[in-house]
Ligand binder design. Structure first.
Ligand SMILES: Nc1ncnc2c1ncn2[C@@H]1O[C@H](COP(=O)(O)OP(=O)(O)OP(=O)(O)O)[C@@H](O)[C@H]1O
Length: 256
């Protein structure tokens, strides 16, 4: 399959979002994500990661600021066209239970008026799923296979930008590791810009080229994995890095 064009740069310009009277879920976030980056968005529960991510594909409308893809405001133009240019994978992948695997993967093409079964099968190759699964229903797949179908569907319209919200959250560690590796390979091969929300700092450090840490709606750390491992990025980031580091230390001690 030919490589997709390089993904867009993503710009947040003083983006804010508040739900009702609660403190802001996203509070004055300004930063640029370079085209082709793999960015992990981490932080404790409720820190605003999903809300910030969803401002990009307009599942959340910010009440302050704007979000740019290259030099285009995501608010300009119709949302369906925007969403066709953005792949979106989330934890409970949302496959349609009454459609086969191939039909699920091809659905975004059908909705865009250009159904293409061959392309759907090529997407299965891309996510390393055998074609015999094409006629199965989602309920007949493992959780890991379902997530792979979700990734195939997210990429079938050849988006340049891939957004993932805890995509491997419900998977066992071995499947999680294998799928994470597949996503990183796809990111590289398809020259995507990828933004992934994860609770797992080890996953963020191993997969991403840049790690953004959120706390109370703000981005409190913005560093490379190497910088974080060298102790940079501030207290909140270091508290998160300490978790896998302590686990590795305890495992090494157990091994003697
Ligand atoms: N649709 C909504 N209506 C009201 N409040 C919301 C809504 N979505 C999120 N919130 C609130 O906004 C804040 C940020 O939520 P968000 O889901 O963005 O955080 P998160 O960092 O992704 O959390 P988690 O890691 O638990 O998924 C939280 O206080 C949450 O309760």
């Amino acid at each position: 399959m030919p490589a997709l064009s390089t993904g867009p740069a993503v710009g947040f310009e003083q983006v804010g979002k508040r739900y009702g009277d609660a403190p802001p879920a996203v509070d004055d976030v300004s930063l640029t994500i370079a085209a082709g980056s793999f960015v992990a968005l981490v932080g404790t529960s409720g820190s605003g990661k999903s809300t910030l991510l969803k401002t990009i594909n307009r599942l959340v409308i910010p009440d302050a600021g704007r979000v740019m893809l290259d030099d285009k405001d995501v608010a300009a133009g119709p949302a369906p066209a925007l969403r066709r240019s953005i792949g979106y994978v989330f934890q409970d992948v949302g496959l349609f239970p009454h459609l086969t695997v191939a039909e699920n993967v091809a659905l975004p093409l059908k909705l865009a008026g250009a159904p293409d079964h061959t392309r759907a099968l090529a997407m299965l190759d891309l996510v390393e799923l055998p074609h015999v699964l094409a006629t199965r229903m989602p309920a007949e797949l493992s959780g890991g296979q379902r997530q792979r179908v979700g990734v195939a569907r997210a990429l079938v319209t050849r988006p340049g930008l891939l957004l993932m919200d805890e995509p491997f959250g419900a998977l066992d560690p071995v499947t999680r590791e294998s799928l994470a590796g597949a996503v990183r390979r796809l990111h590289d091969e398809l020259r995507l810009t990828t933004i992934m929300v994860t609770h797992d700092m080890a996953e963020a450090l191993l997969l991403a080229t840049r790690v953004l840490v959120m706390a109370a709606g703000r981005v409190v750390s913005d560093a490379t994995p190497a910088a974080l491992l060298a102790g940079e990025g501030g207290d909140v980031a270091q508290a998160l890095v300490a978790v896998p580091r302590d686990q590795a230390r305890r495992l090494a001690a157990l091994a003697g």
